[in-house]
Design a protein. Sequence first.
Length: 322
Amino acid sequence: MLLITLTTVATVGGQAGASAAASAPNSATSAVATVNGTAATDAGSTGAALEAYWTPERMRSAIPADKPAAVPTGSTGSTSDKPTGPATVAAAPQAASVKATDRANLNVNASITVGKIFFHDESDGKDYVCSGSTINNPTKNIVVTAGHCVHGGKGKKWHTNWQFVPYYDHGSRPYGTWWAKQLTSFKGWTQNGSYDWDLAFVNVWPNGSTRLVDQVGGNGLIVNYAKNLYVTLLAYPAGAPYDGSWQYACQGNMYAYGSEQVGFNCLLTGGASGGPFLYQYSDATGLGYVDSVISHGPDTINYGPYFDTDVLNLYNGVANYS
């Protein structure tokens, strides 16, 4: 099925935000996923509870997790295009074990590795939607998304009843539903609410005997690459003029935003949070290398954390979690 595409070439813009004091903001923090206040201790009970909670009506009614429009906190120094460490391929893409049969050789195709995220925010008692994508890892179970799609930020809580639906298609779930087992982010997000650290990895339970990356494939992961790469953004915007029922894409060059973020000019609204910036996206395979995720900005601009060595360390800390 053809993905609706918004093509743009981004121009340099943005300004670094004020510095935010943080205690080891690059430290990882994790939590066992919970369902209705109870720890998710096995796949069977977790899946049954979430299937009961996420009725079709509740999923349709979930609110777009708006991309915060405030000037980001934590970015220090002037805008810089320079990588902060050696360019590293942290993970190589892997195709799905089950080949997708509904892909056409059109530009731009939707990716079965990209999906819609549903969660309950304990801080306000409401249900929300975000976007996310798979990352290849040894245990084949990682979803990457924005930090605010797993935790409310400074003074708030971990989200609950978290699930990922790859290739969500107008309510259809052709590649199943995958439930969180462990949520991981940076303390810079969970303790300080800094968008420099608005990133999360989620390890999900297997679905029966099948693992997520084996089912839909896994994107690669790169860190310390140039900040002006040509990328493809894929996400499920749910704020007007979109309704969150299908993937949308933008293609063009990202740019440095402050010292710790990248930007991309594209109309993707609330609900797109967590969608990947994909380098070398292949329209034939639906795979690429994740180089950032949508974090915040006004509706016409998507800012995300710059993927540096801290992101590599965060990934390595969860890559073998099963």
